[in-house]
Design a protein around this ligand. Sequence first.
Ligand code: SF4
Length: 231
Amino acid sequence: MIIGGLQKMSLTDYPGQISAIIFTKGCNLRCPYCYNVSLNAIESGEKSDISEAEILEFLEKRKGKLDAVVITGGEPTLHSSLEGFMAKVKDKGFLVKLDTNGTNPKAIKRIWEKGLIDYVAIDLKGPPEKYSQVTGTSVDMDEYKQTLDHVIKSRIPHEFRSTMVPSLLNKDDIHSMGEMIQGADRWYLQKFVSNLGMIDDALKDTLPFTDKEMEEMVEVGKEYVKECEYR
Ligand code: SF4
């Protein structure tokens, strides 16, 4: 894996658990609102900012103080060594959460079948007809839907999360997005936060949806999943 950083503690990234967060570098999407620009693109020959060995050593010392490890990106499933690394983290007794954009169903299925994840958070970027616009690239929707079906049907503890950018998504989109994840456990609608370092800086003047608008969208989302909230 090419690792871009380690956050030593988080109380919010793994539900109900104290976690450390590992950021992998490289992503196959180019979401215009992405503010992980430094993690998004990797040059050939790029190296990790912190090695796997250093992270494993850190985790060894945190046994009993941390419950879980969150692996996020970028897109972690791009890295062939992900599974081996997850196995080492599991061997140390930590829960493992994977954050993914969902475009690699084979990797997610394999990781689950090998017992390497305890929780998965999957991006739901928008309705199918807007997916290429919202991700800045073309996404194989059949593959992506395989991820959704697999995660929901195999009952991997999961959440879906959607960043609600007003110039890209609207309240009507919640219906078609909800249909894509019908029956899922949790769906978080995330308020867009303008940030100077986004892939498309033209979004920097975009105002987020108001709390009232977010609440209205949550009410629609609840028609499709067991729990829907905004944050
Ligand atoms: S999936 Fe989109 S938001 Fe997430 S790291 Fe990749 S480009 Fe950024």
